[in-house]
Design a protein around this ligand. Structure first.
Ligand SMILES: [Ca+2]
Ligand SMILES: [Ca+2]
Length: 315
């Protein structure tokens, strides 16, 4: 008898271990990024590849722990404008900020020389990495602090105040969105590409409400169970996707989607839906926005909540 109980105990322990390992981690660790860089109270200068006649976006990775950094930007000796990042963040110190150079500064050129002259800040102007976009095309990158990248871009710096390496995190992405929640169902139309091999339905949700589960129907046919186990009450936004099988989508340019609440810690919430096929988003529904809802024949039954949330995504 004793050995049967022992075996039963081992069996139950195994089941508990299996169940526990199925539960996802609740808190996502923020990502540390290490980069080398420099800072100055004078100027820095580099040469970068551009597409002739394109407006160019300079994207800089900076240590935003140093507040209110302001510099003047010159392209091939001509003043373009002031690059100012007001404020600071001493918790999540990495930021990427953009400065736009008009197309008139790049016409007839495949390279430009950019000079960034310190104006003012809480201490100095720092730079860790530059991305150079011509229109939406990334045409060059400069890794400040990396000798070979600096040399190949004829990088120079005057009145340097610091050089070294920093390890920080980016701030979690913050989004304000309106939405709804239900314990019944919601239903809406979405435009899709008829030439598809299945469609992804993507939902922005408040993941602070845990373990949301619903049945998905497409044009009245059961498409599957959409289950998002776990929760996160710190960075509450998530975008999770559900795969609609191709037999319910092929040859159609419009589908009717019905989301039927099954279970959760409270209800099923929805702030935004997107549909994509072959990697292209073909339609989006901004739940909570009456114009967008009307144009998708959005309907909600047994609504438990509507309103606006200001959350972050995990970084
Ligand atoms: Ca760097
Ligand atoms: Ca919305």
């Amino acid at each position: 008898m004793k050995s049967i109980y022992k075996k039963l105990g081992i069996f139950i322990s195994l089941i508990i271990i299996l169940l526990v390992t199925q539960i996802p981690l609740k808190v996502f660790a923020a990502t540390n990024i290490t980069d080398d860089g420099r800072a100055h109270q004078g100027y820095s200068q580099f040469r970068a590849k551009v597409n002739s006649g394109s407006s160019v976006t300079l994207r800089r990775r900076l240590d935003y722990g140093v507040g209110n950094q302001k510099a003047n930007v010159y392209v091939d000796g001509s003043y373009v404008g002031s690059w100012y990042n007001s404020g600071k963040d001493t918790t999540y110190q990495w930021r990427d900020t953009d400065f736009t150079i008009p197309s008139s500064n790049t016409s007839g050129k495949s390279y430009i020389t950019v000079r960034i002259t310190f104006v003012s800040s809480d201490y100095d102007w720092n730079e860790f990495y530059y991305w150079i976009y011509s229109g939406s095309t990334l045409t060059d990158t400069v890794d400040i602090g990396n000798a070979s990248s600096e040399n190949s871009h004829s990088y120079i710096i005057s009145n340097q105040t610091w050089t070294g390496t920093r390890t920080f995190q980016y701030a979690p992405r913050r989004v304000v969105d309106n939405g709804r929640a239900h314990q019944g169902y919601s239903q809406f139309n979405m435009r899709i590409n008829s030439n598809n091999s299945g469609v992804s339905l993507i939902r922005r949700l408040d993941y602070g409400i845990g373990n949301q589960k619903a049945y998905v129907y497409v044009d009245g046919s059961y498409a599957g169970t959409w289950s998002n186990p776990g929760s996160d009450t710190v960075n509450q936004w998530r975008e999770y996707s559900f795969s609609i099988p191709s037999n319910l989508t092929q040859g159609k340019s419009l589908i009717n989607i019905k989301i039927v609440f099954v279970s959760s810690d409270y209800d099923w919430n929805e702030f935004y839906y997107w549909v994509s096929s072959n990697g292209v988003i073909t339609d989006s529904l901004d739940v909570g926005n009456s114009t967008s809802e009307d144009s998708h024949n959005y309907f909600i039954n047994n609504q438990t909540w509507s309103g606006t949330r200001d959350f972050t995504y995990p970084n």
